[in-house]
Structures are given as structure tokens and as C-alpha cells.
Ligand binder design. Structure first.
Ligand SMILES: *Cc1c(COP(=O)(O)O)cnc(C)c1O
Length: 241
């Protein structure tokens, strides 16, 4: 649902209670958000996503500012052997060199698509933190320098959602996020399939919700591949996923 946590406020709470604050910064990356500076103790990243950015490698990062904590974590991964191979390390280093330009262009595309979705008659809600109408727009602006390129949106019906998933062409219906290719997912059946129905729906993850990871393609091409599928939705087509 693209909710945003106030990290500095949360850090004040965890410090008062002697707890470590762990922030997953996968969506914004260090380019747009620096949780350690806001008081986090550990930052985790799925390197598989924006840091890798090409949907071709699996990796993860743990970042800390305290050397003692760093030694403790290092001991664990050194001992258990969960280390990245030289080839994947090389790929990641290479990919991070283009992180800034990818993030900026993907964000620009996301903004363009979020604004287009907002005006669409078959779209009920658009959750993108870069829209001033997002409830956490102010906190996002205050603590980071960008909004990223993850969008979720609610269509008017299950039929519309399914039609979009089965008919988009340039946009692929596939898991993962953060790569140069735009991917669309159906949270209800994928990322959130294990959550009990009532709990999932109470969180807003229903049969009408779709999630977009906006890539580097030309934004107008992405829109023109999605537009007809949304416009013609609900015209009695068979469900075909
Ligand atoms: C994908 C993802 C993970 C898990 O990362 P893997 O590289 O797939 O193991 C963790 N956090 C977030 C926010 C993610 O999107």
C-alpha cells in the first residue's frame, strides 16, 4: 500500500527502549534515502532489486554504522557461508555505477504513469508516494530526496485487474521489482498470497489491487500498452490468467 514510516520518530522510540532499528531500504535505495543518518542501526537491501537493477542477479546487503555490530554480523555470514560469489559481486558493482541515472529516470516514468492513472475512470485509487495526495507525501519528502518508482493502484473491479494483467504487452506480468523492465504483479495471488483473507483485505490488498514496478522504457509506450486494456475492461471477456 506504499505506506511510509517516519524513521527519525521511530528511532527515538527504539533508542528510548534500548532496541535496534532495522530498516529495509530496498524501494528507495541509498540514492534517495539514508536511514543510518535518520537513526537506524541496521539497513537491509535486496540487491536483487534496484541495486542490481537488471533482473539478472540475486543479492542482499546489510549496512551498519557501528563497527562492533558489523563484526558480529560479519562473523555470522562468514561462518554460515552466505556470501556473494565473485561473479555476482562484480555484476552488482557494475550495476551500482548506473544506479543514480536509473533511479531518476524510473522515478520520472513513475510520476508520469501515476498521474495518468489518477485521471483514469476505471482506476479508483493510486498509491504513489510522489503524489501530493498520498497520505505520507510530507514525511517522504522530509526524510528522503526522491520517491522511487513503485506504484500500486486499485481498479474498479476484479475483471479490470485481470484484464490488465493478461493483456498488457510491453509491461510483463512477473514477480520482483526494481529492474529496468516494467513489471506488474497481483499482490493478492503473489507477494501476499500467504496472508489470511480478512487480514489481507483489511490492509487494502484485495482482488482489484495491482502493483507496478516502473522501469526505464519510454513512458508513453508503457501507457499506450496499458490504456486499451483498462479502457476495454469488463466487456465480457473470459478470465484468462
Ligand atoms: C524482494 C524484497 C526482499 C527480498 O529480497 P531477495 O533479494 O528477493 O531475497 C526484501 N525486501 C523487499 C522490500 C523486497 O522487495
Amino acid at each position: 500500500m506504499m505506506h511510509v514510516t517516519d524513521i527519525a520518530e521511530t528511532a527515538r522510540l527504539t533508542k528510548r527502549h534500548g532496541l535496534l532499528l532495522i530498516v529495509d531500504n530496498t524501494f528507495l535505495t541509498p540514492y534517495y534515502l539514508k536511514p543510518l543518518e535518520l537513526g537506524a542501526d541496521i539497513v537491509i537491501h535486496s540487491g536483487t532489486k534496484y541495486l542490481g537493477g537488471h533482473n539478472d542477479t540475486l543479492a542482499g546487503f546489510l549496512v551498519v554504522s557501528d563497527s562492533e555490530l558489523s563484526e558480529r554480523l560479519r562473523f555470522i555470514f562468514k561462518t554460515t557461508g552466505a556470501c556473494l560469489s565473485p561473479f555476482h559481486s562484480w555484476l552488482l558493482i557494475r550495476c551500482i555505477k548506473t544506479l543514480a541515472v536509473r533511479m531518476d529516470r524510473q522515478q520520472e516514468n513513475a510520476m508520469r504513469i501515476a498521474q495518468w492513472l489518477l485521471t483514469h475512470e476505471r482506476v479508483r485509487a493510486v498509491h504513489y508516494i510522489g503524489l501530493p495526495s498520498h497520505p505520507h507525501y510530507e514525511v517522504s519528502k522530509r526524510q528522503g530526496t526522491g520517491f522511487g518508482s513503485m506504484i500500486s493502484f486499485e481498479t474498479d473491479s476484479e475483471e479490470t485487474a485481470i484484464r490488465v494483467l493478461s493483456k498488457v504487452s510491453l509491461i510483463q506480468y512477473a514477480e520482483s521489482l526494481g529492474g529496468v523492465e516494467t513489471l506488474i504483479t497481483y499482490p493478492m495471488l503473489q507477494t501476499h498470497a500467504d496472508i489470511p483473507k480478512e487480514e489481507r483485505e483489511a490492509k487494502g490488498i484485495n482482488e482489484r489491487l495491482l502493483r507496478l514496478s516502473v522501469g526505464l522504457e519510454y513512458a508513453e509506450d508503457l501507457i499506450s500498452c496499458a490504456a486499451p486494456t483498462i479502457r476495454w475492461a469488463g466487456c465480457g471477456q473470459k478470465k484468462s490468467l
